[in-house]
Write a protein that binds this ligand. Structure first.
Ligand code: AMP
Ligand code: ZN
Length: 167
């Protein structure tokens, strides 16, 4: 085999390897699920993602979608992979809706401990919701008593729109 051919074969092998053995973290519980080292109830799995049941469901049918690659949260994942995950998230949400027929399905992602993130491998919650179920966002009491002043909303909209969308 000529050198050029050999290096192109090697490059192909490398790209195959990077698809089948994504970056993982040894002490991450969700990487362990990806590697099959701990039990999980898998809904679907493909080359980039796994969807599985949450072990402490807040409602019946609560499940999670994760990338196979170890990313901590939305702050450290590239937008191309995120776009691919979004498609799977929509599919998982529709499956949950069709399978269980809840009144609604909540999608949630916590980015950082301040937002309630406890497992530091990006995951999207898919949570079937029905009236009277035990789950709920905690909004402050009386938060709807007063609308925010328009100039404050305008200032915040400008601040966020001028900030970098990069990692
Ligand atoms: P968060 O608070 O957004 O980081 O959510 C972490 C979620 O992971 C919680 O809903 C946990 O119940 C769930 N979880 C933790 N360990 C496991 C596991 N081994 N299998 C399935 N879900 C898990
Ligand atoms: Zn991980």
């Amino acid at each position: 085999m000529r050198l050029a051919q050999a290096s192109s074969v090697a490059a192909n092998l490398l790209s195959l390897t990077s698809v089948s053995t994504p970056d993982m973290s040894d002490d991450c519980i969700f990487c362990k699920i990806v590697k099959g080292e701990i039990p999980s109830s898998v809904i679907f799995e493909d080359e980039i993602s796994v969807a599985f049941m949450d072990i402490f469901p807040v409602t019946k049918g609560h499940c999670l979608l994760i990338p196979k690659e170890h990313h901590v949260n939305l702050f450290d994942i590239d937008l191309e992979l995120l776009a691919q995950l979004s498609k799977r998230l929509a599919e998982l949400t529709r499956r949950v809706n069709n399978a269980l027929g809840p009144e609604g399905v909540l999608n949630a992602v916590a980015n950082g401990p301040g937002a309630g993130q406890e497992v530091f491998h990006l995951h999207f919650h898919v949570i079937p919701r029905n009236s009277g179920d035990p789950f709920g966002f905690k909004f402050p009491p009386n938060y709807r008593d007063e609308m925010a002043p328009r100039d404050e909303l305008d200032n915040l909209a400008s601040l966020i729109s001028e900030a970098s969308p990069a990692m």
